[in-house]
Design a protein around this ligand. Structure first.
Ligand SMILES: [Zn+2]
Length: 96
């Protein structure tokens, strides 16, 4: 039964992918212990799909860091402050 064997292989591989994907973000943040990080890295060398997933996580992380202020123009920062003050005002407003 060669067919069912390869099906089993595929299921096992998919289970490994699920485990790895849950660990991709902590892996990027350097929060995994050495053994788990090594297992993730090992899987990534063999699995293109998980590697692509890691790359898109990395891109999102970089985009978020940039959005956090470093590359924000002074005009955008003023707009953000005004927006925050407006939001604060909404919270304080007790009038009906
Ligand atoms: Zn995978």
């Amino acid at each position: 039964m060669k067919g069912s064997e390869s099906m089993g292989e595929r299921l096992r591989a998919r289970g490994a992918c699920l485990v790895v994907r849950r660990r991709l973000q902590p892996h990027l943040d350097g929060e995994l212990d050495a053994a788990r990080a090594a297992a993730v890295t090992d899987h990534l060398t063999r699995c293109d799909r998980c590697r692509r997933q890691l790359e898109s996580f990395a891109r999102i992380k970089i985009a978020l860091r940039e959005a956090a202020g470093a590359t924000m123009s002074p005009k955008d920062q003023v707009a953000l402050r005004r927006l925050r003050r407006f939001a604060d005002g909404l919270g304080d407003d007790s009038a009906p």
